[in-house]
Design a protein around this ligand. Structure first.
Ligand code: ADP
Length: 176
């Protein structure tokens, strides 16, 4: 993997709602009307105006992405994407890759320079973190090599264990 691409990727452990970046990505559900996990945390931190704007979007298909303002969040935008519910079929990987791809394309369109992703589908939706990590990083690296405007992509993980999965995979890519 090219060094310049890998240098744009950063791994952090913590709460995505606290990040001062241009955009944070929300692991939403198809209604875009809020939920538990990271979705609930983002809505709580952004305040009720986020839900008001989400209501005007009218939902989002799995693998798709939609953008709103960040309201009370330190981030300017929230990009809402809908990950697949893990089923074990090959379609899961395709849909998860689409989440990263469509989120990054939307970010580029809005001039986002710094963006943070949670581990989409790895909570209630049950995607194994080792597999999801590879899809997240590989798709992001591919997109970053095609777009100039995005300067930093942060993968922020809630647990140290998940963070280590990402760090190990990046180390592996860096030595290839
Ligand atoms: P999904 O329904 O897509 O699986 P979840 O919100 O259940 O989404 O979980 C996605 C990932 O986000 C999980 O790995 C979970 O630990 C993590 N997570 C939950 N809250 C936060 C937060 N505030 N910041 C960062 N990651 C979070």
């Amino acid at each position: 993997m090219e060094k310049e691409i890998l240098e744009k990727i950063e791994i952090q452990q913590g709460d995505i709602t606290k990040l001062t970046v241009d955009a944070i990505v929300n692991a939403a559900n198809k209604t875009l009307l809020g939920g538990g996990g990271v979705d609930g945390a983002i809505h709580r931190a952004a305040g009720p105006k986020l839900l008001e704007e989400c209501k005007t979007i009218g939902g989002c298909p799995t693998g798709g992405a939609a953008i709103t303002k960040g309201y009370h969040l330190p981030a300017q935008y929230v990009i809402h994407t809908v990950g697949p519910v893990y089923s074990g079929s090959p379609k899961d990987a395709e849909l998860l890759a689409m989440c990263y791809q469509n989120s990054l394309k939307l970010a580029e369109k809005y001039g986002v320079k710094t963006i943070a992703f949670p581990a989409i589908s790895c909570g209630v939706y049950g995607y194994p973190i080792e597999d999801a990590c590879k899809i997240a990083v590989d798709t992001t690296c591919r997109l970053l090599s095609e777009m100039e405007s995005i300067e930093k992509v942060i993968f922020i993980l809630f647990s140290a264990k998940a963070g280590n999965v990402y760090l190990e995979y990046l180390k592996e890519l860096g030595t290839k």
